[in-house]
Ligand binder design. Structure first.
Ligand SMILES: OC[C@H]1O[C@H](O[C@H]2O[C@H](CO)[C@@H](O)[C@H](O)[C@H]2O)[C@H](O)[C@@H](O)[C@@H]1O
Length: 693
């Protein structure tokens, strides 16, 4: 098979990347580009009439991502707006393959193979490509008002909005060009220096917040779902009902105006209703949706889950991947790739194989996106390994946190360092952990630096690779279910590779735990984070291995002190002031640890899982009883106290918090109690909802 033979280089040239592109309109022309940099080559452009038929990236250590043109061609990338889909290698024949192999192995830089007939065209092409490679990285999105303009810069630095996200969520009253031209006029009139009131007036005149979304009550919402009957403790039962009642408050549907006039909005319209996290987060979020779906399934809302998954699939079709959230300004970054895991939850609950069949290729496309864009090959002791990392390069500050990013970036002297910082901020946001000491690498290689030492793209994360290994396994399983044995075998093979590499690179046999890998200092980051046990949660580790190491893993967790807090599992043990650090507990991470403990399958670990779940339920109930609200994060030191830190105020709602409460109530409802004395005669003050999104 072609892909198996590829890149058996005699020398260790593992960080050489090769791009080969074949153009539909120039069938015998092959453009090859190799680079010895440690990062993936610059994006490949869309040239008029010269749409590359297939695009992929390869390193000699990652031969498996190379696919024969025949198969790759079935993915039509024509017209795809995603920048990162368009990297790549394309192989058209065995002969070409060998030439590419040779060029790659001798480290050839910018080599072209062509028939004389195409020489002139190729010359033009190579010149065009050279110009593109020298180009800057792309803006956050292609809508200048929201992502890359003097207007954005001026408004976000003017301080007229307390929260930077407010401005980029506004809608335009007129079209974008008219608005930008009007702002240029204002700049001309004010010698490029409009005052704050002038900017405020401009925004009032040109923007509004009439609304892109309708409130939406999911049609399958049921105020008395069956799971409540399985909860023994009355307070918890009332709590479960109250949390279930929040779904309609968080339900949204995109208004038809956004489909009709998309240029006036930063929202990416999707066709089905969905559940928002809440508060300032009024759009669909990628990884939040995993725990929201867990909760919706407990509430028996299968149709809603199907619609939400359809939305995510729709986003893959529009953008080329699932963006961080359904806003154009999130386009250049994703979030932990849990789409296949969500599909798996849904299929397990419904056995809706028809839906799976209709969408399996989109799931594959998502995996290929990650393989195409986020792979990194690195050496440890002369051996090359390939895994994923978070990496989200795009120009400038995050539009929704423009003021914060821009002012922080002024600590760096050069434009290059500032841009590197922006990329690391966005890469950290892609992880969902924005921000955390988990991504800090100080001079000594430790995590107790400052926010400015953020190096997310230089770290191989345990959770990302565990989630990906799981996604590969799931898609392999789906293909097998659909009787596509060849495809199933392909993904199963990759899944196994991933599990092996996780073990070889991220497992620390001395300590008996998984750690993130620091690419810069070439060592494990030996710190406590709930993500340390993500391979258990995601089933990214062989059963035998778990059995053999379960006591040691549990021992590490116990000794870490991470399980000792009365208000949940801390995100880290360092109080940095960032929101993904001590003393905050985040519902998805508490769920991760509980599921990991369960997966250890020892008596002690299962008891601990139950205990952590009960502690969490009690803390959330306490917070809810006091505030009549659910929050996105809580404080581990004082049960039920609202979490804090970071760059925005703590938000209410809250999608994943509700999902995890329902997950735990459904799983442990028969055994958990809301208080030690289990005095069930004490019914708490009315748990009625006073919850707003
Ligand atoms: O606006 C700042 C950041 O806000 C989001 O991050 C946080 O909320 C998300 C929604 O609940 C959640 O997915 C993420 O884990 C949180 O840290 C957003 O996702 C970031 O990209 C954004 O910069």
């Amino acid at each position: 098979m072609l892909q198996e033979e590829f890149f058996a280089c005699p020398t260790k040239c593992c960080s050489v990347y090769t791009q080969v592109v074949i153009f539909d309109s120039l069938p015998n022309l092959i453009y090859v580009h190799s680079s010895s940099s440690s990062s993936v080559p610059a994006p490949f452009p869309h040239l008029d009439g010269l749409g590359p038929s297939v695009v992929r990236v390869a390193t000699d250590a990652a031969p498996r991502w190379i696919i024969p043109a025949s198969r790759a061609r079935s993915r039509n990338l024509e017209g795809r707006p995603g920048r990162r889909v368009l990297h790549g290698v394309l192989l058209r024949s065995q002969g070409v393959l060998r030439v590419v192999l040779l060029l790659h192995c001798i480290g050839a830089i910018r080599v072209s193979v062509f028939r004389p007939f195409y020489k002139m065209k190729l010359l033009v092409l190579v010149l065009a490509l050279s110009a593109v490679y020298a180009e800057e990285i792309p803006p956050s999105c292609d809508k200048p008002v929201y992502c890359d303009s003097k207007l954005l810069h001026a408004v976000q630095l003017s301080g007229i909005f307390e929260d930077s996200k407010t401005f980029v969520d506004l809608e335009l009253k007129n079209d974008a060009n008219t608005t930008l031209a009007a702002f240029d006029d204002l700049l001309n009139k004010t010698n490029n220096n409009p005052t704050k009131p002038q900017i405020e007036e401009f925004v009032d005149e040109h923007f509004s917040s009439v609304g892109e979304l309708d409130n939406w009550t999911p049609p399958d919402y049921n105020a008395h779902p069956a799971f409540l009957a399985g909860i023994r403790d009355e307070r918890f039962r009332d709590f479960g009902k109250a949390v279930n009642d929040i779904w309609p408050i968080l339900g949204r549907k995109v208004k038809s105006i956004v489909f009709e006039q998309p240029d006036r909005f930063s929202l990416i319209p999707v066709h089905n209703g969905f559940i928002i996290p809440g508060g300032r987060f009024t759009e669909l979020y990628y990884w939040d949706t995993y725990w929201i779906i867990e909760g919706l399934l407990v509430s028996g809302m299968h149709e809603t889950v199907k619609g939400v998954i359809k939305n995510l699939l729709e986003l893959v079709k529009i953008v080329g991947h699932v963006p961080n959230g359904s806003r154009w300004y999130y386009k250049e970054r994703s979030q932990p790739p849990l789409l296949s895991a969500m599909m798996s939850l849904y299929i397990r609950a419904t056995n809706d194989i028809k839906f799976l069949k209709e969408n399996i290729e989109v799931l594959e496309e998502e995996l290929e996106y990650w393989l195409d864009t986020q792979l990194i090959t690195f050496n440890i002791c002369d051996r090359a390994y390939t895994l994923l990392r978070y990496n989200a390069p795009s120009a400038g500050p995050r539009p929704e946190s423009y003021y914060e990013d821009y002012t922080n970036a002024q600590n760096f002297d050069t434009k290059e360092r500032q841009q590197e910082f922006y990329t690391d901020l966005k890469s950290a946001a892609e992880s969902g952990w924005d921000f955390s000491t988990r991504w800090f690498i100080n001079k000594d290689g430790n995590n107790n630096g400052t926010f400015l030492t953020l190096r997310a793209s230089k770290i191989i994360p345990v959770d990302l690779n565990a989630i990906f290994a799981n996604a590969l396994k799931k898609v392999a399983h789906f293909q097998a279910l659909l009787h596509n044995r060849r495809k199933g075998a392909h993904w199963a093979y990759l899944a196994k590779q991933w599990r092996n590499t996780i073990k070889e690179v991220l497992w620390n046999n001395e300590d008996g735990i998984w750690y993130d890998w620091d690419l810069e200092n070439k060592r494990h980051r030996k710190f406590f984070y709930p993500s340390n046990v993500a391979p258990l949660w995601m089933g990214a580790v062989d059963k035998e291995f778990v059995k053999m190491n379960a006591p040691r893993i549990l021992d590490w967790l116990v000794k870490s002190k991470g399980l000792d807090y009365p208000g949940g599992i801390p995100t880290s043990l360092i109080q940095s002031g960032e929101q993904w650090d001590f003393p905050n507990a985040w519902p998805p991470l508490v769920s991760l640890v509980v599921n990991a403990l369960e997966a250890l399958e020892t008596k002690e670990s299962v008891q601990k899982a139950r205990k952590v779940a009960q502690t969490w339920l009690r803390a959330c109930l306490k917070g809810f009883s006091t505030n009549k609200q659910m929050f996105e994060k809580y404080d581990v030191v004082q049960p039920g106290k609202i979490g804090g830190g970071g760059e925005y105020n703590v938000q209410t709602g809250f999608g994943w918090s509700n999902g995890v409460v329902l997950e735990f109530l459904a799983k442990y409802g028969r055994v958990v109690t809301s208080q030690d004395s289990a005095d069930l005669s004490v019914i708490p003050a009315n748990l009625s909802n006073n919850t707003s999104a």
